[in-house]
Design a protein around this ligand. Structure first.
Ligand code: SAH
Ligand code: SF4
Ligand code: F3S
Length: 470
């Protein structure tokens, strides 16, 4: 058994070089071969991508996926720790899993970011004894061993490490889409925003080798993929840890040369965004003009308390520069309300920034204290109702601008990459514009996997309607 340790998780090595190794296949316990698995994923894109690896490994060991948990012999919850409600969802779902386990012999496991918290491990050990195994983000590639040990020893197996982090190349993946693929370019995070648990759950910021990334994109293109999304918590800091003269701008240009139709990248931290990167976004024909640029707050006092390392003026400067240089850009953001010490005046400054930037869209959150993070120790005396009211006011503003941004597209022809049948209306298709706007499309032909011209016929707050034009 190995338990995580928040103090270890905070340490960053001086040498800052991650050990890169290839995935080693291990035979899974015979009792599982030919059986069905059920995986549920809760978190961000990185967590989803890990989910694709979990599925890929299980398939490579002879299991098949089911989306009906009652058919499964093994259930894995791939969790997120970023806010308390992510925890609540998992513990809620565990109740259902427990009932199922009373009627049937199944293996139950938890992985992802939650096991990286010691308090979660302690709770699972004391109160959720029916959970068979847990592993964390650092030993995802050891999943089969952890499962085998829990079967062999017939007891709860917990293997969670806190360490700077390695890079495991070549894990099998079962991708959710055959059109658009996630590609990790950087793991972990070194920014330590004071509210955020990710640097503790995912380890130090470490970049994959650019040759490996380009090779992966070339391979995806060969398989028929139309789009890749380059993933990292701070993609603009890509390469800093391993190269002197190779950064995200170089990487975008090199990935662009593969000729894959669409390249996206998330998330951009304002701090590491250089002019060279803005030029690369504008100049590379396959790089989409969509930038997710979290601002988090509009008051310099709060930004400082959050350790975001920019002021609102610096953010606005960067924002305007991107708007100026990148034609038809879409810029979205993340905002937290109710950070400890946020006064009404501070919150008004956030609203002011939203008015200045007129974001195309935003994800908004009420601050959620995370164990062992510096912000959790700050005095937080804003009542919950006031935080909720702030969120409500903020959302009204965000929705207004996102609606306006969509209205501007009314009557225009947009290039859309069609990903699937529309969830809302199965007679339609759904896809995304270059600027990452969701469009529901009328078409007589099956257009899935194609980039088509779509005339926008209706604009709503969160989506567009359109029809294919030749
Ligand atoms: N690396 C990305 C964000 C990852 S988490 C970045 O720096 O932008 C996604 C979003 O969750 C963050 O941008 C932040 O707005 C929100 N978030 C993170 N920790 C939070 C917390 N403790 N409470 C509320 N929201 C939080
Ligand atoms: Fe969290 Fe900040 Fe790192 Fe983003 S940059 S993952 S918000 S610590
Ligand atoms: Fe992602 Fe949640 Fe972990 S946002 S990195 S899955 S804490």
């Amino acid at each position: 058994m190995h338990l995580p340790d928040m103090i270890e998780a905070k340490k960053r090595t001086k040498t800052n070089e991650a050990n890169i190794y290839d995935y080693v296949f291990t035979k899974i316990d015979e009792s599982l071969v030919g059986k069905k698995y059920f995986v549920r994923t809760y978190g961000c894109q990185m967590n989803e991508h890990d989910g694709e690896r979990i599925k890929g490994v299980l398939e490579s060991e002879g299991l098949t996926e089911t989306d009906n948990i009652e058919e499964a012999s093994i259930v894995i919850l791939n969790t997120c720790a970023v806010r308390e409600n992510a925890h609540d969802k998992v513990f809620g779902y565990l109740g259902l899993v427990k009932k199922l386990k009373e009627t049937k012999n199944i293996l139950v496991g938890i992985c992802g970011c939650m096991p990286q918290e010691k308090s979660v491990c302690d709770l699972i050990m004391s109160k959720y004894k029916y959970v068979d195994f847990m592993f964390g983000t650092h030993n995802l590639d050891q999943m089969v061993n952890v499962i085998n040990e829990s079967i062999k020893n017939k007891k709860q197996e917990i293997e969670v490490y806190s360490m700077p982090g390695n890079i495991c190349e070549g894990m099998p993946e079962k991708k959710d889409s055959k059109i658009s693929a996630w590609v990790d370019i950087q793991l972990g995070c070194d920014k330590f925003c004071t509210y955020c648990i990710i640097p503790y759950t995912r380890g130090m910021q470490r970049s994959r080798r650019h040759e490996d990334i380009v090779k992966e994109v070339e391979e995806l293109k060969k398989q028929g993929y139309k789009e890749v999304t380059l993933l990292g918590q701070n993609v603009n800091a890509y390469g800093k840890d391993i190269y002197d003269d190779y950064n995200l701008a170089n990487l975008l240009r090199d990935v662009d040369k593969t000729g894959i139709d669409r390249i996206r990248f998330v998330t951009s931290h304002p701090w590491d965004f250089t002019d060279e990167m803005i030029n690369a976004i504008e100049e590379c024909p396959h790089v989409m003009p969509y930038i997710h640029l979290p601002i988090q707050a509009g008051s310099n006092k709060i930004l400082k308390l959050m350790n975001r390392s920019y002021t609102k003026e610096e953010y606005l400067n960067l924002y305007n520069k991107i708007r100026e240089k990148v034609a038809n850009s879409t810029i979205t953001t993340d905002i937290i309300v109710g950070f400890p010490g946020e006064t009404n005046e501070d919150f008004e400054e956030t609203l002011e920034m939203v008015d200045k930037c007129k974001f195309d869209g935003a994800y908004t959150f009420i601050y959620s204290p995370r164990e062992n993070t510096p912000a959790a120790k700050l005095k937080d005396d804003t009542p919950k109702e006031i935080k909720e009211e702030r969120l409500h006011r903020l959302n009204e503003k965000i929705n207004k601008y996102s609606n306006e941004s969509n209205q501007r597209l009314l009557g225009k022809i947009e290039e859309v990459l069609v990903l699937n049948i529309s969830e809302k209306d199965t007679s339609k298709y759904m896809g995304y514009t270059r600027g990452m706007k969701l469009v529901n499309i009328e078409s007589n032909e099956n257009i899935i996997g194609q980039i088509v011209n779509v005339e926008i016929t209706e604009a709503k707050s969160f989506s567009l309607d359109g029809k294919v034009v030749k």
